[in-house]
Write a protein that binds this ligand. Structure first.
Ligand code: ISL
Ligand code: CA
Length: 553
């Protein structure tokens, strides 16, 4: 397998709005990130991915861009950006920008022109259609509730928006649109950024028949109607050839709707498209037909199977990301671990999982100290447009508020968007003012200052795991083999290449787990574990215990 810096890197995702506020307005900003660069560099991550920092009216917290060449006022200006980029590079790290080009804001100048008249030169930058039988052109639903079409009086037509109505979809069929996207890429790459995370990239090519879909199953709708459209590979290859291939960068596609069977079409080494994708195999496991607010049970075996099957499908051909949470999903410890008594142990266990699989791992801000989901008792405390829309729909259908808030607590996006806990002072040290979204009340117990003062903290476990991944390239490139696939408690696998072999044992339970026949103490040496003092071999794993062994043949 070819070795590259982007396979050997670990990404850290920053959600700028909630990372660190430098000027007391309650909103995180670029100077706030600059203040904390040493913290990030000491953790040992290589690449910082910034969720969008471009000018935006913030209907979807920056995922609705109104000017791709300017910085959001609340975050600072281009000088701050240049300073940030320089600070990142000075510390030997790299920066990934978030590229959101499936749609723009409705306040982008292109859309403002486009909606003016049917013959406006920008009309074809978006999808406009006449209504059908007094309603929208088809039955497509937006990711965030309601129809994916919005009626616009000025020209008596509907425009397409797969996300909110303030996020109209760009028409990639129009080569002027593609040329504009190439120009944006070039602008930021020439500034020196090191790559892009591309938002909902499989959705850029639309199925122009605009056929009705099966809206009773949202996952299916994404796959059959929204993702992997007929020209997506052509568009990506064109973009790669025209711009990306001229730079030594890293490109990461966000891939809702990309199945493991299709993945190598995007990331196969000879395809000339993307370097890697975030897949949603595990992230959608507990989403029912109605999406995230229609939760489903799933088994631990299914969870393990996702990783094993994806690894197999990608093989030596392509590359993927490994992630357990991000700004769109609940906190990893609350979701896959447990945020009660075993919070610290299970956070470390998940850190081991994240950092010992094949793929480029991505750590979401705050998870390195085991931040948890947040109890929002009142919808008035919620900020996410997806949540607000879903709540409204739920209540209109006669649903009960408490029931919704319960699901929100385990599935809503605001869980991961509250401020980072820098210390135990008021507002968790995030701001000297008042935060734009509530602070998780557990900030006195869980915060970075405390973590840095405790050598057994989750933070230092991450740091150690990151260092191990740097030292042992087998953990990056080695073959992944799942053991005991049907076991209901143990996640076990080996990573192996011609140089070395590692065994990872993760006990996903409070119950003990016997290791007879699994490890031969004569042939296995513990490299790191999440219980202190388990250097001496013990033939069972304790609650949420995680061990990494080096095996000698
Ligand atoms: O979270 C999802 C659905 O509830 C995912 O299906 C989907 O990947 C996600 O909504 C797409 O995410 C990206 O694009 C959105 C933005 O709101 C997200 O924050 C971003 O990550 C629109 O730009
Ligand atoms: Ca600020």
């Amino acid at each position: 397998m070819t070795h590259t810096w982007w396979k050997e890197s670990v990404i850290y995702q920053i959600y700028p709005r909630s990372f660190k506020d430098s000027n007391g307005d309650g909103i995180g900003d670029l100077q706030g990130i600059i203040e904390k660069l040493d913290y990030l560099s000491n953790l040992g991550v290589d690449v910082l991915w910034l969720s969008p920092v471009y000018k935006s009216p913030n209907d979807d917290n920056g995922y609705d861009i109104s000017d791709y060449y300017n910085i959001m006022k609340e975050y600072g200006d281009m000088n701050d950006f240049d300073q940030l980029l320089k600070g990142i590079h000075q510390r030997g790290m790299r920066m990934l920008m978030d590229l959101v080009v499936n749609h723009t804001s409705d306040e982008h100048q292109w859309f403002e022109e486009s909606r003016k008249s049917k013959d406006n030169p920008y009309r074809d930058f978006y999808f406009w259609k006449p209504g059908k039988n007094g309603g929208p052109p088809n039955n497509w639903k937006s990711f965030f509730g309601g129809s994916a079409w919005e009626y616009d009086e000025t020209t008596d037509e509907y425009y397409l928006h797969l996300f909110t109505k303030k996020q109209p979809d760009l028409n990639w069929e129009n080569e002027k649109v593609r040329a504009e996207v190439h120009k944006i890429l070039k602008f930021w790459l020439d500034k020196g950024v090191d790559g892009f995370r591309m938002d909902v990239i499989p959705c850029i090519s639309k199925r122009l028949e605009f056929e009705d879909g099966d809206i009773s199953d949202f996952g299916k709708l994404i796959q059959e109607r929204y993702s992997n459209g007929p020209r997506v590979h052509e568009f990506l290859q064109e973009m790669n050839k025209a711009v990306l291939s001229n730079y030594d960068i890293m490109t990461v596609g966000e891939g809702p709707g990309i199945t493991k069977e299709l993945a190598n079409l995007y990331v196969g080494k000879d395809r000339g498209e993307l370097d890697m994708i975030f897949h949603f195999g595990h992230m959608f496991l507990d989403h029912g037909k109605g999406g995230r607010f229609d939760p489903l049970d799933f088994s631990f075996q299914e969870f393990k199977k996702v990783f094993a099957e994806w690894d197999q499908s990608i093989g030596e051909e392509g590359w993927i990301n490994i992630f357990l949470d991000n700004h769109d999903f609940p906190r990893m410890v609350s979701r896959w671990g447990t945020d009660g008594k075993y919070r610290v142990k299970s956070s470390k266990l998940l850190a081991m999982l994240l950092l010992t699989m094949r793929g480029t791992p991505c750590i979401y801000q705050g998870s390195e100290i085991g931040m948890t989901n947040v109890e929002f008792n009142n919808i008035r405390d919620c900020r996410d447009i997806e949540t607000l829309n879903a709540y409204k729909e739920h209540i209109e259908k006669g649903g009960d508020s408490e029931a919704f808030m319960k699901v929100h607590h385990t599935h809503g996006r605001d869980n991961v968007r509250t401020p980072i806990h820098w210390d135990g002072t008021d507002q968790a040290g995030f701001t000297t003012g008042k935060s734009w979204i509530k602070v998780n009340p557990n900030y006195q117990q869980i915060n970075i200052e405390k973590a840095l003062n405790n050598s057994h903290s989750i933070y230092y476990f991450f740091q150690e795991m990151l260092a191990l991944r740097k030292t042992h390239k087998t953990l990056v490139y080695g073959d992944f083999k799942l053991l005991k696939a049907s076991d209901k408690q143990l996640f076990a696998y080996t990573r192996k290449d011609s140089e070395n072999q590692f065994l990872v044992l993760l006990n996903f339970s409070e119950e003990r787990y016997g290791l007879d026949g699994i490890v031969d103490p004569e042939k296995a040496e513990i490299i790191i574990a999440n219980y202190v003092g388990c250097e001496e071999f013990e033939n069972e794993l304790r609650g949420w215990e995680a061990r990494l062994y080096e095996l000698n043949a």
